[in-house]
Design a protein around this ligand. Structure first.
Ligand SMILES: [Zn+2]
Length: 471
C-alpha cells in the first residue's frame, strides 16, 4: 500500500525521496501541553523539527509535503525497559534453546525493530543489552537504542544463574567484583555509550531466597561513580526486602514494579516502601507485562490473540503453535501441583499483575510520575512480542487507573527527564529529534489511540505503518 492509500497526500518536489519534510494541516498532540493544537504546520530538516507554525508552511528545495488532515502528530514513545537480545519463547539469543533455531532467531531479529515502530515505539532503553545488540541497530529501520551497562553481580546469583548453558566469551564486560573496580568499569561503560548502570537485587524466585547479592559496599561505590557521571542506576527489584536495600543505598530507578507481596486484605502492606519511593523521587518502571506475560504464557489459547499476527513472523508463530515454547510453560507449571489446571496457574500469575497495578495506582495517587516500561520479553514468554508488549503495558496501566494523558507522558516526558534526554525526545518543538507518530485518534483521550497509528516518522523519514507488519 502506498502512502497515498492512507489518504495522506504525499507530494515530492523531486523524484528522489528526502527526509526533509513539511507536514501541514496536522493536529499536534505534544505531551507537555494539556490539549492538542489544531491546524499546524511542522518543518523537519536533517532529522530534527526546525519550525512549527499556525501559518501554512511552504516546502523549500527538496522538502516533501505531507498533508496531515485528520491526523494527530505525537512524539514516538520510548519503552524504557526493552531487551533487544532476548527472543520471546526462547530467551537470550546465542544461548540454548535460541541457538538451536538460528533461522527463527534471524527472522525475529529482522522483525523486532519493525514491530516496535509498528506500535509507535521510536526509542527503546535496554538495561542489559548483552552482546550482539548491534544486530538491532544494523537493521535498516530501528528505534533509537539507548543502553545501560549491566553489572551482573555474583555469578552464582541472579541473573547469571538463569542464563542457561555456556555464557559466550565476553558476555559480562562490566563485572564489578569489589568496590575498587567500580570507577574504572563505569568509566569504560560510559565510553562505550551506556547512559545508565543496571544492577540486580534478587535473592530468588518462588520458594528460593538464598541467591547471593552484591555487597552494600559495592552498591555504594557503583552509585558514587554513576552519580559523578550523571548516569542513573537502575536496579532489578520487585519485592519489599529488595526494594528496601535499593532505597537504603539511594539507587535512582526501580527497574520493576513492586508486585511481590502477599495478597492483602485492606491496604497493601507495601505502602511504607512506596512512600519511600515517592519521598526519594525514585524512578519507577511498573513492568506489568512481566507477570502478565507469564500468565499469558501458561494460559491455554493465548496464542489466538489476533494482535500477535502483525508483529510475529509467521514461521515463529508456527513454531509456537507446534509447541516450540511450551518448555517454558512446563517450567512455570512445575512450581504448582501437577493436577492444577493451567487456567488456574495463569490466574495466580495474574494476581502478580493485580498487585503491581495496586502499587502503581497508589504511587499515581500520590502524584508520583512513573515510566512506560514493559520489560519485554523479559522472560521466554511467547506473547510478549516487541511493540505489542508496550501497547499491552499501556493498557494495563490504564486498567490500573491512569489516564490516557498520564500514560502518554509516562512514555515521553517522564523518561526523557529521568535520563537527561529532555531536549532530544518526548516533545514536538524546534530542536527535538523528529521521531514522531501520526495517529487517527487523540492520544490525550484514550490509550486506544495507540491502536490507530497511520505512519511513523523516524528521523524525518515517513514510514507507512502497514509496511512494518511481520511477514
Ligand atoms: Zn528486564
Amino acid at each position: 500500500m502506498s502512502i497515498a492509500a492512507l489518504s495522506l497526500a504525499l507530494l515530492t518536489a523531486q523524484a528522489v525521496p528526502s527526509d526533509d519534510l513539511v507536514i501541514r494541516n496536522v493536529t499536534i498532540a505534544s505531551p507537555e501541553r494539556d490539549a492538542v493544537l489544531a491546524d499546524q504546520s511542522v518543518r523537519i530538516r536533517d532529522g530534527r523539527i526546525v519550525e512549527i507554525s499556525e501559518q501554512l508552511l511552504e516546502p523549500q528545495g527538496e522538502e516533501m509535503l505531507l498533508d496531515g488532515q485528520g491526523r494527530y502528530l505525537a512524539p514516538g514513545l520510548t519503552d524504557s525497559h526493552h531487551h533487544v537480545s532476548f527472543v520471546p519463547g526462547m530467551g537470550a539469543a546465542g544461548l540454548p534453546p535460541a541457538n538451536e533455531h538460528p533461522a527463527l532467531v534471524a527472522a525475529y531479529m529482522t522483525q523486532q525493530p519493525r514491530s516496535l515502530l509498528y506500535h509507535g515505539v521510536t526509542q527503546v532503553l535496554d538495561p542489559a543489552p548483552l552482546t550482539g545488540w548491534e544486530v538491532f541497530t544494523d537493521q535498516p529501520h530501528h528505534p533509537d537504542l539507548l543502553r545501560c551497562g549491566e553489572v551482573p553481580g555474583p555469578h552464582d546469583g541472579y541473573p547469571v544463574n538463569q542464563r542457561a548453558g555456556e555464557n559466550p566469551e565476553g558476555a559480562y564486560p562490566y563485572d564489578i567484583d569489589t568496590p575498587e573496580d567500580a570507577a574504572s568499569v563505569i568509566e569504560r561503560m560510559q565510553t562505550d555509550g551506556a547512559i545508565c548502570v543496571k544492577v540486580y537485587l534478587e535473592d530468588g524466585f518462588g520458594a528460593a531466597n538464598d541467591w547471593p547479592l552484591m555487597s552494600g559496599e559495592t552498591l555504594d561505590a557503583i552509585k558514587a561513580e554513576a552519580d559523578a557521571r550523571t548516569m542513573p542506576v537502575l536496579v532489578h527489584a520487585n519485592a519489599i526486602d529488595m526494594y528496601e536495600i535499593a532505597l537504603d543505598h539511594g539507587l535512582g530507578v526501580m527497574a520493576h514494579g513492586l508486585w511481590n507481596w502477599q495478597w492483602p486484605e485492606g491496604d497493601p502492606p507495601v505502602v511504607e516502601t512506596l512512600d519511600r519511593v515517592v519521598a526519594g523521587h525514585v524512578g519507577y518502571m511498573p513492568t506489568l507485562r512481566v507477570m502478565g506475560g507469564l500468565s499469558d504464557h501458561v494460559r491455554p489459547g493465548a496464542l489466538d490473540n489476533p494482535d500477535l499476527v502483525s508483529v510475529t513472523p509467521s514461521d515463529l508463530m508456527i513454531f509456537y503453535r507446534q509447541g516450540g515454547a511450551d518448555w517454558f510453560a512446563d517450567e512455570l507449571a512445575s512450581d504448582f501441583p501437577a493436577d492444577m489446571p493451567r487456567e488456574e496457574i495463569a490466574g495466580i500469575f495474574g494476581f502478580g499483575v493485580q498487585r503491581g497495578q495496586r502499587a502503581l495506582a497508589y504511587l499515581h495517587g500520590q502524584g508520583h510520575k512513573v515510566m512506560l516500561a514493559s520489560d519485554c520479553p523479559g522472560s521466554p514468554t511467547a506473547i510478549n512480542q516487541p511493540g505489542l508488549c508496550t501497547l499491552l503495558e499501556m493498557e494495563a496501566m490504564a486498567a490500573a487507573g491512569m489516564s490516557a494523558t498520564d500514560i502518554f507522558r509516562s512514555g515521553t516526558l517522564t523518561i526523557a527527564n529521568q535520563f537527561g534526554l529532555e531536549t532530544e525526545y518526548g516533545q514536538i518543538a524546534p530542536g527535538f529529534i523528529a521521531n514522531l507518530v501520526l495517529l487517527k485518534e487523540n492520544p490525550f483521550e484514550s490509550v486506544s489511540a495507540w491502536r490507530s497509528i497511520d505512519a511513523v516518522i523516524l528521523h524525518g523519514e515517513v514510514i507507512e505503518r502497514d509496511s512494518l507488519r511481520a511477514p
